[in-house]
Write a protein that binds this ligand. Structure first.
Ligand SMILES: Nc1ncnc2c1ncn2[C@@H]1O[C@H](COP(=O)(O)OP(=O)(O)OP(=O)(O)O)[C@@H](O)[C@H]1O
Ligand SMILES: [Mg+2]
Length: 402
């Protein structure tokens, strides 16, 4: 946890870099005191593509956040995304060694060790092991200690990353603050902030559809069963419109934001819309039906990709879940209908927590709000001495110092 009483959460997105600053007063009271959101440059899909541009815009966001909060940020939390993050289920088994078949620490330790035994090769680093339920003789158990059985199985949803991609991002942040408190998976922070414990128990799929990526996390029985990142987002729609209508990117972005709808126009009629609508020379008319057809095709494909990714886990767990969505693209009209149809589950746009002010009740802020929530948990655990595991940053640092 930060040595100061401030939490700074940084999201380096494709469209915007945002920071939220919260003040913590013991034991664990939290107040949002500042924020910044600046257009992103040099960062795409969770990767730094241009160090100089990325550095400039992160610096600008930090300065604005500090000014708005009236404090100097000495450290920051950071979320990570991008398709360089790969997740997989890792399983390990051990025979129960006690003569009376009572499961001990030793048996669980061997199963866990086997589950985590995997060589990634150079350049990749495990960033998160998320524990799934144990199986004792094939039956799910949360805590196997002291139960009777023959075979214990441990499993983890393990996520690994490209070390170079992480290092580049962290170096930029480290050039402005003396420390990164921890790094979080974007899908997890968003998943946590949008869902209740009850939803995570009954099964929920959370999607964060941004400009360059779609991060998702699937929960069931209270566990994180799967996370993933697809390199598809709102920029694809803009690009499609730009190509389809032979118009510049900025004009395509405006058509999308002003007239975008995820489902196609029904009925025979059509509406025509002007790009600028100010009678200026060069202004053009576009068919709403054509705009929506382009958007629908891309969004349908995106939800199909998500469905394909989660289907094996839905089937394995026999999970009937619902979907919650956030991220800038969820501002598209009728996105819930399309998501519901393609994902084949009830779908809705998620809500940020009720305790935040109206200006933070926007889909672009879910990530930093989730980070603050995780950081608060981190703080409570460190105060109560119950922090069980080293944070994600500790693992990554360990990798680099090898
Ligand atoms: N009204 C709208 N209709 C459709 N799309 C919109 C609307 N408003 C914003 N968007 C799109 O949302 C995207 C930005 O969302 P967001 O801020 O969540 O992305 P990001 O976090 O910067 O990117 P990523 O997480 O993918 O790296 C852009 O593609 C933008 O065009
Ligand atoms: Mg994002």
């Amino acid at each position: 946890m930060a040595s100061s009483q401030y939490i700074g959460a940084l999201d380096m997105g494709t469209a915007k870099v945002s920071i939220l600053v919260a003040e913590l007063s013991p034991p664990s009271r939290l107040k949002i005191i500042g924020r910044a959101m600046v257009p992103s440059r040099g960062i795409r899909k969770g990767r730094v593509l241009n160090v100089r541009e990325a550095t400039t815009c992160v610096h600008r966001a930090i300065r604005e956040a500090e000014k708005s909060a009236g404090v100097n940020l000495k450290s920051l939390y950071l979320s990570i995304s991008g398709s360089h993050l790969k997740g997989e289920l890792q399983v390990g088994k051990a025979q129960v060694s006690h003569s009376a078949r009572i499961v001990t620490d030793y048996d669980v330790g061997r199963a866990v060790e086997e589950a985590k035994r995997r060589d990634l090769g150079p350049d990749r680093v495990f960033v998160q092991y998320i524990r799934n339920p144990f199986l004792l003789d094939g039956k799910k158990v949360d805590e196997p200690y002291s139960l009777r059985g023959n075979e214990i199985q441990a499993s983890f949803w393990a996520v690994h990353a490209d070390a170079r991609v992480l290092r580049e991002q962290m170096q930029i942040v480290n050039s402005f603050v003396s420390r990164i408190d921890d790094i979080f998976l974007s899908s997890l922070v968003v998943g946590r902030v949008l869902t209740s414990e009850e939803q995570r128990q009954s099964g929920v799929l959370v999607l964060d559809i941004g400009a360059g990526t779609t991060d998702f996390v699937l929960y069931g029985d209270g566990y994180v069963l799967m996370t993933g990142v697809l390199d598809v987002g709102g920029d694809h729609i803009t690009n499609d419109l730009s190509v389809a209508f032979k118009i510049p990117w900025e004009s395509a972005e405006r058509l999308k934001v002003d007239y975008g709808k995820a489902t196609p126009v029904e009925g025979a009629g059509d509406d025509w819309v002007w790009l600028r609508g100010d009678l200026s020379i060069g202004d053009r008319r576009f068919s709403k039906r054509a705009i929506q057809r382009v958007i629908h095709a891309r969004m349908e494909e995106l939800f199909q990709l998500v469905r394909r990714a989660v289907l094996p886990v839905l089937e394995r767990e026999d999970l009937r879940c619902s979907a919650l969505m956030t991220g800038g693209v969820t501002r598209l009209t009728a996105i819930e209908n399309l998501a519901g149809q393609v994902l084949k589950m009830p779908a809705a746009t998620g809500r940020n927590p009720d305790w935040v002010i109206n200006e933070l009740q926007v889909p672009e802020m879910s990530n930093v709000l989730g980070q603050v929530q995780f950081a608060l948990q981190d703080y409570s655990d460190s105060v109560s001495g119950s922090r069980k595991s080293q944070g994600l940053l500790g693992k990554v640092k360990g990798f680099w110092s090898k």
